[in-house]
Ligand binder design. Sequence first.
Ligand SMILES: [Zn+2]
Length: 257
Amino acid sequence: MTLFDTHAHLDQAEFAADLAAVLDRAAKAGVEQMVSIGVGALSSEATVALAAAHAPIYAAVGIHPNYCHEAQPGDWDRVGELARRPKVVALGETGLDRYRDYAPIELQRDYFDRHVRLSQATGLPFLVHARESLDDILAMLREARARGPLSGIMHSFTGSAEVAAECVALGMYVSFAGMLTFKKSDELRAVAATVPADRLLVETDSPYLAPEPLRGKRNEPALVEHTARRLAVARGVSFAELAAQTTANARRVFRIA
Ligand SMILES: [Zn+2]
Protein backbone atom coordinates (compact mmCIF):
# COMPACT_ATOMS: atom_id res chain seq x y z
CA MET A 1 0.00 0.00 0.00
CA THR A 2 1.46 3.35 -1.03
CA LEU A 3 0.07 6.76 -0.12
CA PHE A 4 1.18 10.27 -1.12
CA ASP A 5 0.55 13.28 1.15
CA THR A 6 0.26 16.13 -1.36
CA HIS A 7 0.21 18.98 1.18
CA ALA A 8 2.15 19.32 4.46
CA HIS A 9 3.98 22.19 6.16
CA LEU A 10 6.98 20.30 7.50
CA ASP A 11 9.12 23.41 7.96
CA GLN A 12 6.78 24.65 10.71
CA ALA A 13 8.00 24.82 14.32
CA GLU A 14 5.62 21.97 15.26
CA PHE A 15 8.00 19.52 13.53
CA ALA A 16 11.34 21.00 14.64
CA ALA A 17 11.84 18.52 17.51
CA ASP A 18 10.82 15.19 15.97
CA LEU A 19 10.78 15.25 12.16
CA ALA A 20 12.75 11.98 11.98
CA ALA A 21 10.06 10.20 14.04
CA VAL A 22 7.32 11.83 11.93
CA LEU A 23 8.96 10.50 8.73
CA ASP A 24 9.37 7.09 10.32
CA ARG A 25 5.67 6.88 11.18
CA ALA A 26 4.81 8.06 7.64
CA ALA A 27 6.92 5.26 6.13
CA LYS A 28 5.24 2.70 8.41
CA ALA A 29 1.81 3.96 7.27
CA GLY A 30 2.86 3.53 3.62
CA VAL A 31 3.24 7.25 2.95
CA GLU A 32 6.25 6.98 0.66
CA GLN A 33 6.27 10.56 -0.59
CA MET A 34 5.00 13.97 0.50
CA VAL A 35 5.24 17.59 -0.60
CA SER A 36 6.26 20.18 1.99
CA ILE A 37 4.76 23.55 1.16
CA GLY A 38 6.39 26.96 1.59
CA VAL A 39 4.36 29.98 2.69
CA GLY A 40 6.98 32.69 2.09
CA ALA A 41 10.56 33.10 0.81
CA LEU A 42 12.22 31.90 4.05
CA SER A 43 9.74 29.06 4.52
CA SER A 44 10.29 28.05 0.89
CA GLU A 45 14.07 27.97 1.44
CA ALA A 46 13.47 25.76 4.48
CA THR A 47 11.26 23.34 2.51
CA VAL A 48 13.88 23.09 -0.25
CA ALA A 49 16.48 22.25 2.41
CA LEU A 50 14.15 19.59 3.89
CA ALA A 51 13.69 18.04 0.45
CA ALA A 52 17.46 17.95 -0.05
CA ALA A 53 17.93 16.24 3.32
CA HIS A 54 15.10 13.65 3.26
CA ALA A 55 14.32 11.28 0.39
CA PRO A 56 10.50 11.14 0.86
CA ILE A 57 10.11 14.95 0.95
CA TYR A 58 9.54 17.08 -2.17
CA ALA A 59 9.12 20.85 -2.03
CA ALA A 60 6.69 23.54 -3.17
CA VAL A 61 7.85 27.17 -3.13
CA GLY A 62 5.68 30.26 -3.00
CA ILE A 63 4.12 33.08 -1.01
CA HIS A 64 0.83 32.30 0.78
CA PRO A 65 -2.08 34.77 0.38
CA ASN A 66 -2.12 35.32 4.16
CA TYR A 67 1.54 36.35 4.16
CA CYS A 68 1.96 38.22 0.88
CA HIS A 69 1.69 41.61 2.63
CA GLU A 70 4.84 40.65 4.60
CA ALA A 71 6.87 39.84 1.47
CA GLN A 72 10.08 41.89 1.22
CA PRO A 73 11.58 43.30 -1.98
CA GLY A 74 13.38 40.42 -3.66
CA ASP A 75 11.26 37.68 -2.07
CA TRP A 76 9.34 36.91 -5.27
CA ASP A 77 12.60 36.71 -7.27
CA ARG A 78 13.92 34.34 -4.61
CA VAL A 79 10.87 32.09 -5.11
CA GLY A 80 11.59 32.10 -8.85
CA GLU A 81 15.19 30.99 -8.20
CA LEU A 82 14.13 28.30 -5.72
CA ALA A 83 11.63 26.95 -8.28
CA ARG A 84 14.62 25.74 -10.33
CA ARG A 85 16.15 23.69 -7.48
CA PRO A 86 16.13 19.87 -7.47
CA LYS A 87 13.01 18.24 -5.96
CA VAL A 88 10.94 21.42 -6.26
CA VAL A 89 7.74 20.02 -7.80
CA ALA A 90 5.17 22.82 -7.37
CA LEU A 91 4.52 26.52 -6.79
CA GLY A 92 2.60 27.71 -3.74
CA GLU A 93 0.86 27.81 -1.76
CA THR A 94 -1.07 30.58 -3.40
CA GLY A 95 -4.74 31.52 -3.79
CA LEU A 96 -7.16 33.94 -2.14
CA ASP A 97 -8.38 34.14 1.46
CA ARG A 98 -11.33 36.45 2.24
CA TYR A 99 -11.96 34.67 5.56
CA ARG A 100 -8.77 35.69 7.35
CA ASP A 101 -8.33 38.78 5.22
CA TYR A 102 -4.79 39.50 6.52
CA ALA A 103 -3.58 40.95 3.21
CA PRO A 104 -5.53 43.35 0.94
CA ILE A 105 -7.42 41.29 -1.66
CA GLU A 106 -5.82 43.18 -4.57
CA LEU A 107 -2.36 42.19 -3.30
CA GLN A 108 -3.54 38.57 -2.91
CA ARG A 109 -4.77 38.64 -6.52
CA ASP A 110 -1.44 40.04 -7.68
CA TYR A 111 0.50 37.21 -5.98
CA PHE A 112 -1.95 34.53 -7.15
CA ASP A 113 -1.58 35.81 -10.71
CA ARG A 114 2.25 35.69 -10.40
CA HIS A 115 2.17 32.03 -9.28
CA VAL A 116 -0.20 31.04 -12.11
CA ARG A 117 1.92 32.82 -14.74
CA LEU A 118 5.13 31.27 -13.36
CA SER A 119 3.39 27.88 -13.47
CA GLN A 120 2.44 28.42 -17.11
CA ALA A 121 6.03 29.46 -17.90
CA THR A 122 7.75 26.59 -16.03
CA GLY A 123 5.23 23.73 -16.16
CA LEU A 124 5.32 23.38 -12.35
CA PRO A 125 1.77 22.95 -10.97
CA PHE A 126 0.41 25.63 -8.60
CA LEU A 127 -1.32 24.91 -5.27
CA VAL A 128 -4.52 26.83 -4.56
CA HIS A 129 -5.70 27.86 -1.09
CA ALA A 130 -9.33 29.06 -1.26
CA ARG A 131 -11.33 30.45 1.65
CA GLU A 132 -14.57 32.27 0.89
CA SER A 133 -13.09 33.08 -2.49
CA LEU A 134 -13.94 30.27 -4.92
CA ASP A 135 -15.90 32.57 -7.26
CA ASP A 136 -12.94 34.96 -7.58
CA ILE A 137 -10.53 32.07 -7.99
CA LEU A 138 -12.64 30.48 -10.73
CA ALA A 139 -12.78 33.80 -12.57
CA MET A 140 -8.98 34.11 -12.44
CA LEU A 141 -8.51 30.47 -13.48
CA ARG A 142 -10.83 30.94 -16.49
CA GLU A 143 -8.82 33.99 -17.53
CA ALA A 144 -5.53 32.10 -17.11
CA ARG A 145 -6.89 29.09 -19.03
CA ALA A 146 -7.63 31.43 -21.96
CA ARG A 147 -3.85 32.15 -22.09
CA GLY A 148 -2.81 28.48 -22.00
CA PRO A 149 -3.17 25.09 -20.29
CA LEU A 150 -3.37 24.96 -16.47
CA SER A 151 -1.73 22.47 -14.13
CA GLY A 152 -2.61 22.84 -10.47
CA ILE A 153 -4.28 21.51 -7.36
CA MET A 154 -7.29 22.82 -5.43
CA HIS A 155 -5.88 22.09 -1.95
CA SER A 156 -8.10 21.03 0.98
CA PHE A 157 -11.14 21.42 -1.26
CA THR A 158 -14.44 22.32 0.46
CA GLY A 159 -16.51 23.67 -2.45
CA SER A 160 -19.53 22.30 -4.30
CA ALA A 161 -19.66 19.51 -6.89
CA GLU A 162 -20.28 22.17 -9.57
CA VAL A 163 -17.15 24.10 -8.63
CA ALA A 164 -15.12 20.87 -8.46
CA ALA A 165 -16.35 19.94 -11.95
CA GLU A 166 -15.39 23.32 -13.38
CA CYS A 167 -11.94 23.13 -11.75
CA VAL A 168 -11.43 19.70 -13.34
CA ALA A 169 -12.62 21.03 -16.72
CA LEU A 170 -10.03 23.82 -16.41
CA GLY A 171 -7.28 21.21 -15.90
CA MET A 172 -7.02 21.17 -12.10
CA TYR A 173 -6.73 18.31 -9.61
CA VAL A 174 -8.86 18.27 -6.44
CA SER A 175 -7.29 17.37 -3.09
CA PHE A 176 -9.16 16.39 0.08
CA ALA A 177 -7.87 16.82 3.64
CA GLY A 178 -8.91 15.80 7.16
CA MET A 179 -12.20 17.71 7.06
CA LEU A 180 -13.48 14.91 4.83
CA THR A 181 -13.44 12.58 7.86
CA PHE A 182 -15.44 14.81 10.21
CA LYS A 183 -18.90 13.61 11.27
CA LYS A 184 -20.67 16.62 9.83
CA SER A 185 -18.95 16.40 6.42
CA ASP A 186 -21.57 14.30 4.58
CA GLU A 187 -21.95 17.00 1.95
CA LEU A 188 -18.20 17.20 1.34
CA ARG A 189 -18.01 13.39 1.05
CA ALA A 190 -20.80 13.52 -1.53
CA VAL A 191 -18.79 16.12 -3.49
CA ALA A 192 -15.65 13.97 -3.23
CA ALA A 193 -17.57 11.05 -4.73
CA THR A 194 -18.15 13.09 -7.93
CA VAL A 195 -14.52 13.97 -8.74
CA PRO A 196 -13.09 11.94 -11.66
CA ALA A 197 -10.76 9.22 -10.31
CA ASP A 198 -7.79 10.49 -12.30
CA ARG A 199 -7.98 14.00 -10.72
CA LEU A 200 -8.35 12.98 -7.10
CA LEU A 201 -5.68 13.59 -4.40
CA VAL A 202 -5.35 13.27 -0.61
CA GLU A 203 -3.39 15.43 1.81
CA THR A 204 -2.99 16.21 5.50
CA ASP A 205 -2.25 19.97 5.51
CA SER A 206 -0.04 19.06 8.50
CA PRO A 207 0.29 20.30 11.19
CA TYR A 208 -3.29 21.61 10.91
CA LEU A 209 -6.74 19.95 11.03
CA ALA A 210 -5.96 16.33 11.92
CA PRO A 211 -8.54 13.80 10.64
CA GLU A 212 -10.86 11.74 12.83
CA PRO A 213 -10.19 9.93 15.14
CA LEU A 214 -7.26 12.24 15.99
CA ARG A 215 -9.06 15.55 15.55
CA GLY A 216 -7.51 18.30 17.69
CA LYS A 217 -4.06 16.67 17.78
CA ARG A 218 -1.07 17.76 15.74
CA ASN A 219 -1.51 16.45 12.21
CA GLU A 220 1.31 14.61 10.39
CA PRO A 221 1.72 12.82 7.03
CA ALA A 222 1.07 9.31 8.46
CA LEU A 223 -2.49 10.40 9.23
CA VAL A 224 -3.37 10.83 5.53
CA GLU A 225 -4.37 7.17 5.75
CA HIS A 226 -7.52 8.13 7.70
CA THR A 227 -8.64 10.56 5.01
CA ALA A 228 -7.85 8.06 2.24
CA ARG A 229 -9.84 5.30 4.00
CA ARG A 230 -12.87 7.57 4.45
CA LEU A 231 -12.61 8.75 0.84
CA ALA A 232 -12.53 5.14 -0.39
CA VAL A 233 -15.77 4.42 1.50
CA ALA A 234 -17.40 7.59 0.12
CA ARG A 235 -16.50 6.52 -3.43
CA GLY A 236 -17.38 2.86 -2.99
CA VAL A 237 -13.92 1.58 -3.89
CA SER A 238 -11.39 -0.43 -1.88
CA PHE A 239 -8.75 1.38 0.17
CA ALA A 240 -6.07 -0.33 -1.94
CA GLU A 241 -7.59 1.01 -5.16
CA LEU A 242 -8.00 4.51 -3.73
CA ALA A 243 -4.40 4.53 -2.45
CA ALA A 244 -2.98 3.35 -5.80
CA GLN A 245 -5.09 5.82 -7.80
CA THR A 246 -4.32 8.91 -5.67
CA THR A 247 -0.61 8.05 -5.52
CA ALA A 248 -0.45 7.66 -9.31
CA ASN A 249 -2.29 10.99 -9.70
CA ALA A 250 0.13 12.77 -7.33
CA ARG A 251 3.18 11.42 -9.15
CA ARG A 252 1.66 12.51 -12.48
CA VAL A 253 0.81 16.08 -11.45
CA PHE A 254 4.17 16.57 -9.65
CA ARG A 255 6.04 14.76 -12.44
CA ILE A 256 7.78 12.39 -10.03
CA ALA A 257 8.88 9.06 -11.50
ZN1 LIG B 1 -1.24 24.75 3.37
